[in-house]
Design a protein around this ligand. Structure first.
Ligand code: SF4
Length: 338
C-alpha cells in the first residue's frame, strides 16, 4: 500500500507493527527525530513543479516531516573522501540515522543525535552565506574541472599526500554542496531542498548508506553500504543490534540509486574479511561499475587508518579497487565542522 512502511525492507524492517501514530513516534525516537511537527505521506506531499513522482511506492514509503530537517551542523570545508577529494564544499549534515554502525564517526547524528530543526529557507540562507564567504581550498583537488564545467573524477589522487591546504583562495569558488549525515535520506524535505540548490547551479553530492530513497536532485550519489561487520554487538545495544542488521541492506534502493545517478560506492573496511564481504556484496550487483568502487579504511585516528592502509592498499591494487583515504582526518583530525 502506498505510504505504508515497507514491512520487509528499509528502516521499518523488524520494527514491531504499530498503529501509525505510535509507529511514527517510535521510529522518530529511534532515529533521533522526535519532537517534530506534522508528518505526511511522501507521495501526498506537494512536489516542485515538473518533479517526477516516485516510480516505486514500495521504495518511497517512508513518512518524514514535510518542511523541516534536523541539522547537526552546516559548515564549509574540503571534501575529504572519494572522487571529489580536495573540492571546496559546503556541508549540510543532517542529524538522525536509521542505522547504528558500531564505528560511526558522527555519533552526534546517530547514537546520541543532536541538532535543531531547520526550515529549507534557513538552510539555504546559511548555505548561501558560506558559499560567498572565503574558505579553504586545496592546491591539488581530486577532481579536474573541464572548460565546460563538467567534472572528470579521479579517486585516490591524494593518496600519496600531494597538495597543500590553503586557508583561503578567492580564485577558488565554492560551488559544491554535500548533503550528509546521519542519513539525509530520512528527510523528505531533501527533495525541494536539492531542487533549490540545483536552481542555483550547484554541484550536489548526497552521502547515504543506500537504505532509503528519495527522488532528489543529485550529481554524485555517494553510497556507503554497510557490511555485516558494521552491526553493533548485542552487548552494546540488543535492540539496535537487531534493527541495524535487518535494515542495513536494501538491494532495490541500491539499484535505483546506481541506475539513476552518477555514483560512487565506498565500503568502510576494518579487516581483510570485510574485503571479501565487499566482493560478495558486489556479486549481487553485476551492473555496478567496478571503477566506481572504493575501499576505505575504518578509523578516526591516523594510527588506525595508517595501520589498515598497510594491508588495504596492496589488496586494492591486487583486486582492482580504488583505495579511498580519509583525507579530512589527515588534514584536521576527527573534529566537527571539517
Ligand atoms: S550509517 Fe553513517 S551515520 Fe548512520 S550509524 Fe552508520 S556511519 Fe553513522
Amino acid at each position: 500500500m502506498r505510504g505504508s512502511p515497507d514491512p520487509a525492507h528499509g528502516p521499518t524492517a523488524g520494527l514491531p507493527k504499530l498503529a501509525q501514530p505510535e509507529w511514527q513516534e517510535t521510529y522518530g525516537q529511534a532515529c533521533g527525530t522526535v519532537g517534530r511537527p506534522a508528518t505526511t505521506k511522501l507521495e501526498d506531499r506537494p512536489l516542485p513543479e515538473g518533479e517526477p513522482r516516485p516510480p516505486d511506492p514500495q521504495i518511497f514509503s517512508l513518512k518524514t516531516p514535510t518542511s523541516i530537517v534536523r541539522i547537526a551542523e552546516i559548515f564549509r570545508s574540503l571534501q575529504g573522501e572519494g572522487f571529489l577529494t580536495g573540492m571546496p564544499s559546503v556541508f549540510v549534515r543532517t542529524s538522525g540515522c536509521n542505522l547504528r554502525c558500531w564505528f560511526c564517526d558522527t555519533p552526534y547524528t546517530s547514537w546520541e543525535p543532536e541538532g535543531e530543526d531547520f526550515s529549507r529557507e534557513e538552510i539555504l540562507r546559511q548555505v548561501d552565506a558560506l558559499l560567498s564567504a572565503e574558505g579553504p581550498s586545496f592546491s591539488n583537488s581530486g577532481a579536474i574541472e573541464d572548460a565546460d564545467g563538467s567534472l572528470q573524477l579521479h579517486a585516490g589522487t591524494l593518496s600519496k599526500g600531494e597538495g597543500e591546504i590553503r586557508d583561503a583562495d578567492p580564485d577558488k569558488k565554492c560551488r559544491h554542496i554535500v548533503l550528509t549525515g546521519g542519513e539525509p535520506m530520512l528527510f523528505a524535505e531533501l527533495v525541494p531542498l536539492t531542487a533549490a540548490l540545483r536552481s542555483r547551479g550547484l554541484h550536489i553530492t548526497v552521502e547515504t548508506a543506500g537504505t532509503l530513497d528519495l527522488p532528489v536532485e543529485c550529481d554524485l550519489m555517494s553510497i556507503s553500504p554497510k557490511l555485516a561487520s558494521s552491526t553493533p554487538s548485542a552487548q552494546r545495544d540488543a535492540r539496535w543490534h537487531e534493527r541495524h542488521e535487518q535494515s542495513r541492506h536494501v538491494p532495490e534502493v541500491i539499484r535505483r540509486l546506481t541506475q539513476d545517478y552518477p555514483y560512487q560506492i565506498k565500503f568502510v573496511v576494518d579487516s581483510p574479511r570485510d574485503c571479501e564481504a565487499a566482493q560478495a556484496w558486489l556479486a549481487e550487483f553485476p551492473e555496478i561499475d567496478r571503477s566506481r568502487v572504493m575501499l576505505m579504511p575504518q578509523g578516526t585516528d591516523l594510527i588506525t587508518l595508517h595501520g589498515h592502509a598497510e594491508w588495504l592498499k596492496p589488496y586494492c591494487i591486487a583486486h582492482g579497487f580504488q583505495f579511498c583515504p580519509r583525507m579530512h582526518i589527515e588534514w584536521y583530525g576527527c573534529t566537527r565542522g571539517t
